[in-house]
Design a protein around this ligand. Structure first.
Ligand code: DC
Length: 246
C-alpha cells in the first residue's frame, strides 16, 4: 500500500481526471476535496447563508455530512444523504465557491472532515492544499500543472457539454483570474508541496501523467500491493455499522 497519495494543482489542469484514473488503477478511494467545497457552497446558497458571515458558513460545514461514492465509474457526492453530483457543477456554485474556499474558518472545519474520510481507506486525495496542509506527511505527493490555454480549452469543452454557452476567451479569462486567486490567497494558497513531483499535462496528456505517477510510486515502493477501496455501502449498511460519511 502506498498510503495517502496527494495531488494538487490549478483548475482545469486535468488533475481531477488524473487522480480518478490513478485511484482506479491502484484500487484506492478517490477523495475529491474540490467537490466538498462545492457541495458546502451549494448548501449555503440553498439556505441563503450570507457569504460575509464566516462563522455561520463554518458552522454549516461542521454540521454537514459529506459522502463520496464511485458508481458506474462516476464519482458521486452526497450531502446529508442527498445526491448533489450534478448541481455542484453549476455556474452559480462555480462563481461562489472561490469566495467560500478562501475563508479560514471554513477551511478549519473542512480539513478534519477530509482527514477523517482519508483515514477509512487507502486514498488518492485531490485538491489545492492536500500535500501542503491537509496531508503534509503523505509519502507520495504530486503537483499537476498545465498551460492556461490548454486548461481553458478543457474547461470550455466541459461547459459546452453541459450546455453552458460561453466563449473560449471568457473561459480563458476565468481560468487566469482563478489561478491568481488560488495562488495568492492568504489561507492555504496553491503551492507545490515540499517533495512533490511536478507533472504537466500540456505535453504528457492526462494518461501520460497517470503513467508517470504509477512509475514513481512503483519506484518508491517496489512490490507495494494495491489498496482496496471498499465498495459503496447502502445507507442501511452504514447505519448498521454506526458509520458516517464516506
Ligand atoms: O477543483 P475544483 O474546481 O472543483 O475546486 C472548487 C473550488 O474549491 C476552487 O475554488 C478551489 C477550491 N478548493 C480549495 O480551495 N481547496 C481544495 N483542497 C480543493 C478545492
Amino acid at each position: 500500500m502506498y498510503g495517502i497519495v496527494t495531488i494538487d494543482g490549478p483548475a482545469g489542469s486535468g488533475k481531477s481526471t488524473a487522480a480518478r484514473l490513478l485511484a482506479r488503477r491502484l484500487g484506492y478511494c478517490y477523495l475529491d476535496t474540490g467537490a466538498m467545497y462545492r457541495a458546502a457552497t451549494l448548501k449555503a446558497l440553498r439556505r441563503g447563508v450570507d457569504f460575509a458571515d464566516e462563522e455561520s458558513l463554518a458552522a454549516l460545514v461542521r454540521t454537514t455530512e459529506f459522502r463520496l461514492e464511485e458508481r458506474a465509474e462516476q464519482i458521486r457526492i452526497f450531502v446529508d444523504g442527498a445526491e448533489v453530483t450534478d448541481e455542484i457543477r453549476s455556474r452559480e456554485v462555480t462563481s461562489k465557491v472561490y469566495i467560500f474556499a478562501e475563508l479560514r474558518r471554513v477551511r478549519e472545519e473542512m480539513v478534519p472532515k477530509q482527514r477523517a474520510l482519508a483515514r477509512k481507506a487507502a486514498t488518492v486525495a485531490d485538491g489545492r492544499d492536500m500535500g501542503t496542509v491537509v496531508f503534509p506527511d503523505a509519502p507520495h505527493k504530486f503537483f499537476v500543472d498545465g498551460c492556461a490555454e490548454v486548461r481553458a480549452r478543457r474547461r470550455h469543452r466541459e461547459h459546452l457539454e453541459r450546455g453552458d454557452k460561453l466563449s473560449y476567451e471568457q473561459v480563458l479569462e476565468e481560468v487566469r483570474v482563478r489561478d491568481e486567486r488560488d495562488r495568492n490567497r492568504k489561507v492555504s494558497p496553491l503551492r507545490i508541496a515540499d517533495g512533490a513531483q511536478v507533472l504537466d499535462t500540456t505535453d504528457l496528456g492526462v494518461e501520460g501523467v497517470v503513467d508517470r505517477m504509477l512509475e514513481s510510486l512503483r519506484k518508491a515502493a517496489p512490490g507495494a500491493a494495491s489498496g482496496a477501496c471498499p465498495p459503496a455501502k447502502s445507507p442501511a449498511e452504514r447505519e448498521e455499522n454506526g458509520e458516517g460519511a464516506r
